[in-house]
Design a protein around this ligand. Structure first.
Ligand code: PHE
Ligand code: ZN
Length: 849
C-alpha cells in the first residue's frame, strides 16, 4: 500500500546509514506464490554515521520471523519497512520472509516471466525481496543459496557448490543491494570465453529460453568486443571468473548491470538477421557494451545516493557512445545522438518535467531514469573531455578509478579528480549538474580590417523551481571557412564563460564563414540569423560532417516552417544542394540517409513553439506529405540510381557499411513508393531475406494504402516470435494515416496477442500512437483518450511503465487551447484514479503544475 501523500526526498538531507553490513547470506526457497527468503546479515555500527534508529526497508513482504544474535525479536512494521531495538555493538540479523513472485506484475523485486524467476532491484526493488538498508551506499559481500527444481539457478559473482535442487553463488566484490540478481528457470546457454589482458580466462554465457539459442551469437561477439575495448581504451579488466547475461521477455527497461549477471530485456540482446533490423543490431551492441562498462562505472564505483545517478549513467552512456563511434561511423553516431537528444531530452528540459542532471529532490526515483540524467549527463562528460583534452581526460579517469574503487561516490568526487588531474577550477562548470534547462546562445559577427569577431550571448530560460540561471561554461568548437570553401581556421574550442563574450580571429584575407558548435560540442539551442545562402555554403563545404548535416537540417527546417506558415512551396535551392550530397557516392550512405531524413513533426512543433507560433499538427502533417511528394517527383531520376547503388549482394551483415546502404535504400524506397504505389516495395518484400528489408518494405506497403494483405502474411509468418510481433503491432499504427491510426491501435489492444503485462507489447502499441504526432494530437482527442484509458488500466499492473509513458503528455503546453483542454482533462482523469501509484501521480502532478 502506498501513502496518500508521498514524501519528497531531498539531496540536502543525506545522512549515512548507522551500520555497516559486513556480509549478507541469502537463501531462497523458490515457489511461484510463496517463495521464502532467509537473510543472515552481520551488522556493525558505522562510526561515521549520526545516531539513529535501526530501520530496514521492506515492502510487500510477509515477515515470518526475525532474530538478533539468535534471539527472536518482534520488529515494528510499517508499509515502508521495520524498526527494531538492536545491541550497541555488532550483531547478527536473521530474518525470513515470504514473497509472491508469480503475482508480481510490477516487474520490480523477484518476479516471474514465462515461468522463469528473475529479479530487478535497481533502484529500490531489493526491499521487495527482504528487509534491508536498501540504499546504494550500503555495500556488502553477498553469498546466495538458491533452492528449487529449476535446472538453471544463477546469482552474482562466482559459482560455488551446487547439487540436487540447490546452487550457491559468492560475489567477492562488495556491492549495494540494487546490483543483486537472481535468475532461475529452464534456460539454455550460448557459451563463450574471453581472456583478459592479464591472462585470466573468463567464462561467458548468454542464457535464453529454449528456442532462442539461435539469436545469441551477435550479442556474444558484442560482449567480447566490449571487454576488449574497455581494456584498451580505459585500462579496465573484468574481475570475476564468469559473466552471465540473461534474456527476459518481461522487463521494464532495456537492461540491468547486476554484478556478473546482467539481465536484459530480450529485445535488447536477442538478434538474428531474419528477425532483427539493422537498428536492432546496433542498439544491442550498444546496450551490451553499456551494461558491461557499468562493471567499472557503476559497480566497482557506485553512487552514494540516487541523486548521483548521472555519475554512473552519464559516464556509462558517454563510454558506450565512444565505443559505438569506434566500432562504426563516428559522424553518423554523433548525428544520431544529437537527433535523439533533441527529440527526447530537449522537450524534457524545456517542459514541466525539466530537472537538473543531478536532481535535488524526488518522490519516486524510478521517474528520474530520464534523458536528462542519461543523455545530457553524457553530454556534460563530453564537454568536460573537450575542455581538458583527451590526455587529461584519461589521466583524470585513471585517478577516478584509483581513488574511488570500492566507493559509493558523488558528483563532487568526480569533478575533484578532474580538478586534481588538471589544476582547473570546475566550480562554474558544475552548474551543468545543478541548473536545469537548455541554454540558448545567440551569435553575432563583426568583420573589420582582417579581424573577424564572434560574440556569443547565453541565456537559459526558467525551469520549474529555478527562475534565475547563471552563465554556464560552453566549450564551443568553431572553425572558419574562406569564401572559396577552404578551411582557414581549423576547429578550435572557444571557452565561453560569460553571459556575453567575444572572440577575435586576426590576419584573415577575406571575411570568413563561421562553422559554429561543430560536432554539437555543447548541447544548446543556437539562435543565429544566417542566410539560406550561408547554410547552403556550409552544406556544400563544411569540413565538419556534423555541421554539414546541421546546415542541411536547418535548411530543411526553414523550408518546412515557410511552407507551414506562409503557404510557400518547397525551397528548390535547398533541394538542389541536398541532391548534390545525395549524388555524391564518395559519402557514406548512412550519412546521406541522415541527410535525407528531415526533422520530424515533433521537432517542428517544438521549433514553431520556440518561435512564438502555435503548432498545428494537421498542418505539419500536410506539409510533410506535400514535401515528400515533391521530392519524389523531383528526384524521379535519382531514386532508381540510389536504389541500385544501395543494393547489397553479399550475405547479410549488420555492420555499419551494409546497414548504411540499407538505410539509404529505405529512404529511396519511401520516396519511390510515392510514385509507383508500392510496386517496388512489394518486390522488395517478396525478395527480402532479412528483417530490415522485409520491414522497410512492409512499412511502405502500409503507407501506400495497400498493406493489409502483407500485414496478414507477415503476421502468419512471424506469429511465433514475440519480438517480431512487437514490430508488427507498432508498424501498422505508424504507417496508417492519422485518421486511421488511433482506431487501429484501439483495435490492436483487443487483439489476442495484446497483453498489458508485457511492457514491450504495451510500448509497441501505445508508444506508436504517442510517437505519431498527427495521430496522437488528433483534433477530436481520440489519441489522448486512448492513451489515458490504457495508462489508467496499466497503473495497477505496472506503475513504472505507466509513469514513464505518461511523459508523452509533457509537451502539452505547446498546443492550442482546445488541445490543451483535452489533454488536461485526460491527465486529470488519470490523477483521479483510485489508488494511483506514487510513480504516476508524481509524473502527472508535475506536468499539471
Ligand atoms: N541501470 C540500467 C542501465 O542503465 C537501467 C535500469 C534502471 C534498469 C532501473 C532497470 C531498472 O543500464
Ligand atoms: Zn546504465
Amino acid at each position: 500500500m502506498k501513502d496518500a501523500a508521498p514524501e519528497t526526498v531531498y539531496l540536502r538531507d543525506y545522512t549515512a546509514f548507522g551500520w555497516q553490513a559486513q556480509d549478507v547470506h541469502l537463501t531462497f526457497r523458490l515457489a511461484p506464490h510463496a517463495t521464502r527468503v532467509v537473510a543472515r546479515i552481520h551488522f556493525a555500527p558505522n562510526p561515521d554515521a549520526p545516531a539513529q534508529d535501526f530501520f530496514l526497508h521492506g515492502e510487500e513482504l510477509k515477515l515470518i520471523r526475525a532474530a538478533i544474535d539468535g534471539t527472536e525479536v518482534t520488529p515494528e512494521l510499517t508499509d515502508k519497512g521495520l524498526t527494531c531495538p538492536v545491541p550497541s555493538g555488532p550483531f547478527l540479523w536473521e530474518c525470513e520472509v515470504e514473497i509472491d513472485p508469480a503475482s508480481n506484475t510490477a516487474l520490480e523485486g523477484l518476479y516471474m516471466s514465462n515461468g522463469m524467476y528473475c529479479t530487478q532491484c535497481e533502484a529500490e526493488g531489493f526491499r521487495k525481496i527482504t528487509y534491508y538498508p536498501d540504499r546504494p551506499d550500503v555495500m556488502s559481500v553477498f553469498t546466495v543459496r538458491i533452492e528449487g527444481d529449476e535446472p538453471v539457478k544463477l546469482s552474482n559473482g562466482n559459482p560455488g557448490k551446487s547439487g540436487d535442487g540447490f546452487a550457491e553463488w559468492h560475489d567477492p566484490w562488495p556491492k549495494p543491494a540494487y546490483l543483486f540478481a537472481l535468475v532461475a528457470g529452464d534456460l539454455v546457454n550460448h557459451p563463450g570465453s574471453f581472456t583478459t589482458a592479464s591472462g585470466k580466462k573468463v567464462e561467458l554465457n548468454i542464457w535464453v529460453r529454449p528456442g532462442d539459442e539461435g539469436k545469441c551469437a551477435f550479442g556474444m561477439e558484442a560482449l567480447k568486443t566490449s571487454m576488449k575495448w574497455d581494456e584498451e581504451v580505459y585500462g579496465r579488466e573484468y574481475d570475476l571468473d564468469i559473466f552471465n547475461i540473461v534474456a527476459v521477455d518481461d522487463f521494464n527497461m532495456g537492461a540491468m548491470e547486476n554484478k556478473g549477471l546482467n539481465v536484459f530485456n530480450s529485445s535488447c540482446v536477442l538478434a538474428s538477421p531474419e528477425t532483427s533490423t539493422d537498428a536492432n543490431f546496433e542498439r544491442i551492441e550498444a546496450i551490451i557494451a553499456h551494461e558491461y562498462f557499468h562493471n567499472w562505472t557503476g559497480n566497482r564505483i557506485t553512487c552514494r545516493d540516487w541523486f548521483q545517478l548521472c555519475l554512473k549513467e552519464g559516464l556509462t552512456v558517454y563510454r558506450d557512445s565512444q565505443f559505438t563511434s569506434d566500432m562504426r561511423s563516428s559522424p553518423v553516431k554523433r548525428i544520431s545522438d544529437v537527433i535523439d537528444l533533441r527529440g527526447r531530452q530537449f522537450p524534457e528540459d524545456q517542459g514541466p518535467l525539466s530537472h537538473p542532471v543531478r536532481p535535488e529532490s524526488f518522490q519516486e526515483i524510478n521517474n528520474f531514469y530520464t534523458a536528462t540524467v542519461y543523455e545530457k549527463g553524457a553530454e556534460v562528460i563530453g564537454m568536460l573531455r573537450r575542455l581538458v583534452g583527451p590526455e587529461a581526460y584519461s589521466k583524470a579517469l585513471d585517478l577516478y578509478f584509483d581513488r574511488h574503487d570500492g566507493d559509493a561516490a558523488t558528483i563532487e568526487d568526480w569533478l575533484k579528480v578532474f580538478e586534481d588531474a588538471t589544476g582547473r577550477d570546475l566550480t562554474q562548470f558544475k552548474r551543468w549538474y545543478s541548473q536545469a534547462g537548455t541554454p540558448r546562445v545567440t551569435v553575432s559577427e563583426d568583420w573589420q580590417d582582417g579581424t573577424f569577431t564572434l560574440t556569443f550571448s547565453q541565456m537559459t530560460p526558467p525551469t520549474p523551481g529555478q527562475d534565475d540561471k547563471q552563465p554556464q561554461v560552453l566549450p564551443m568548437a568553431v572553425g572558419l571557412l574562406s569564401p572559396n570553401g577552404d578551411e582557414v581556421v581549423p576547429t578550435q574550442v572557444l571557452e565561453i564563460t560569460e553571459a556575453e563574450q567575444s572572440f577575435t580571429f586576426e590576419g584573415l584575407g577575406a571575411r570568413p564563414v563561421p562553422s559554429i558548435n561543430r560536432e554539437f560540442s555543447t548541447p544548446i539551442v543556437l539562435e543565429r540569423d544566417s542566410s539560406a545562402e550561408e547554410k547552403a555554403f556550409l552544406l556544400a563545404h563544411d569540413t565538419d560532417p556534423f555541421n554539414r548535416w546541421e546546415a542541411n537540417r536547418a535548411l530543411a527546417r526553414d523550408c518546412a516552417l515557410d511552407m507551414i506558415l506562409t503557404g510557400a512551396g518547397p525551397n528548390v535551392a535547398w533541394l538542389d544542394g541536398l541532391e548534390a550530397v545525395l549524388r555524391d557516392d564518395t559519402l557514406d550512405p548512412a550519412y546521406r540517409a541522415l541527410m535525407l531524413a528531415g526533422p520530424g513533426a515533433s521537432e517542428l512543433a517544438q521549433v514553431l513553439h520556440e518561435r512564438g507560433h502555435t503548432p498545428d499538427p494537421e498542418a505539419i502533417y500536410d506539409m510533410g506529405e506535400t514535401l515528400t511528394q515533391f521530392m519524389a517527383e523531383r528526384w524521379v531520376d535519382l531514386l532508381p540510381k540510389l536504389l541500385a547503388e544501395t543494393r547489397v549482394t553479399d550475405a547479410y551483415r549488420p555492420d555499419a557499411e551494409q546497414s548504411g546502404k540499407r538505410a539509404l535504400g529505405a529512404a529511396a524506397l519511401s520516396l519511390t513508393t510515392r510514385l509507383d504505389g508500392g510496386a517496388a516495395a512489394q518486390a522488395q518484400y517478396d525478395a527480402a531475406d532479412n528483417m530490415t528489408l522485409q520491414l522497410t518494405a512492409l512499412m511502405q506497403l502500409v503507407k501506400s494504402g495497400n498493406g493489409e494483405a502483407a500485414l496478414q502474411a507477415f503476421y502468419d509468418q512471424w506469429q511465433h516470435d514475440r519480438l517480431v510481433i512487437d514490430k508488427w503491432f507498432g508498424l501498422q499504427i505508424m504507417g496508417l494515416p492519422p485518421g486511421q491510426a488511433v482506431e487501429r491501435a484501439q483495435a490492436l489492444t483487443q487483439h489476442p496477442d495484446f497483453t498489458m503485462t508485457n511492457p514491450n507489447r504495451f510500448r509497441a502499441t501505445l508508444g506508436a500512437v504517442g510517437g505519431y504526432h498527427a495521430a496522437f494530437h488528433r483534433k477530436d482527442g481520440a489519441g489522448y483518450a486512448l492513451l489515458a484509458d490504457k495508462l489508467i488500466a496499466l497503473d495497477d499492473i505496472n506503475p513504472q511503465t505507466t509513469a514513464r509513458m505518461c511523459s508523452l503528455f509533457q509537451t502539452w503546453k505547446r498546443y492550442d487551447a482546445d488541445r490543451q483542454a483535452l489533454i488536461r482533462a485526460q491527465m486529470e482523469r488519470i490523477m483521479a484514479k483510485d489508488k494511483l501509484s506514487r510513480d504516476t501521480s508524481e509524473m502527472v502532478g508535475r506536468m499539471l503544475s
